[in-house]
Write a protein that binds this ligand. Structure first.
Ligand code: ZN
Length: 289
């Protein structure tokens, strides 16, 4: 199996860096209202017929900057979820193979502060959590960091923030811009777009080059079945009604402007176009990536 796949968006090549594939048990927990039999693309079901999902990052170069979007679950992390606990994956080898060795990454864009999106922010070295990407500026929406600062945290979440966010803050590597509703340019080709609902400060990442566009959707969607059934929320969406309206807006936009949708938990094929079909949409995968 190839663990690095890519798409060309004009002059920008977006690489997918695989981390994990989840079992159907995780899919059923994430999307309890989905009947796996309704998933038309068998590649988005597990071999046993369940809901397939996984974790990966996207990596790209824009204006000479090496940019990573989300950092998966990470290795060695103590986590309450057994599927995420003390992972040992060759994710960094895959990242390096794609041309993004950790010391060369300039920017890490974090869609939101959940354990499966910030894990590789840090690595365990001699019993300490150190920045995996020591030359990088890590970027998160200020509203997202503020929300978790003010939330009552269960111990496991506090531990996650302690091992994956606070070490960056101590090093001065975490940047917290206020991302306005219409977005914030990171480079002329890369723009952060607020897509709240799953979490209050959730971001998607828009890539535009030479008239082509792609959107990394973070957890605005967890599975391609939500393209056809945008009313279905994930169990972990914090504000269900906002998540639903954000998802619908995003899909309308993707269909109208021919955005390549890159799903942050979609198994391969991970990228595809959104087409209007009757009163809803369908996901038309591009390639096998
Ligand atoms: Zn997630």
């Amino acid at each position: 199996m190839r663990h690095v796949n890519q798409w060309a968006i004009g002059n920008v090549t977006v690489h997918k860096i695989d981390e994990t594939q989840f079992s159907s048990r995780i899919g059923a927990w994430l999307l309890p209202d989905v009947d796996p039999d309704d998933i038309s693309d068998s590649r988005h079901r597990t071999p046993g017929g369940g809901i397939a999902s996984g974790t990966h990052s996207f990596a790209l170069v824009s204006e000479g900057l090496k940019i990573l979007v989300d950092t998966g679950i990470g290795n060695d992390k103590p986590r309450a979820n057994p599927a995420w606990d003390h992972l040992d994956t060759p994710y960094l080898d895959r990242l390096t193979e794609a041309g993004f060795s950790p010391g060369t990454v300039d920017l890490v864009l974090l869609t939101h502060l959940h354990a499966d999106h910030v894990g590789w922010n840090t690595v365990l070295r001699s019993g300490r959590w150190e920045a995996t990407f020591p030359q990088a500026e890590y970027v998160m929406n200020r509203a997202e960091r503020d929300y978790w600062k003010n939330a009552a945290l269960e111990p496991s979440r506090a531990a996650m923030i302690g091992d994956s966010i606070e070490p960056l803050e101590a090093l001065g590597l975490l940047s917290l811009p206020d991302v306005p509703p219409d977005g914030l340019d990171i480079t002329p080709e890369v723009r952060l777009i607020p897509t709240p609902g799953h979490t209050p400060g959730h971001l998607s990442v828009l890539i535009q080059s030479e008239g082509f566009q792609a959107l990394i959707s973070g957890d605005a969607l967890h599975h391609s079945i939500q393209v056809e059934r945008p009313e279905i929320n994930a169990s972990v969406d914090i504000d269900g009604s906002q998540a639903r309206s954000t998802r619908l807006d995003l899909l309308r936009w993707a269909a109208k402007d021919h955005l390549l949708l890159l799903g942050s938990h979609f198994p391969s094929p991970t990228g595809g176009y959104v087409e209007t079909e009757g009163s809803t949409f369908r996901f038309r995968p591009v390639g096998n990536g």
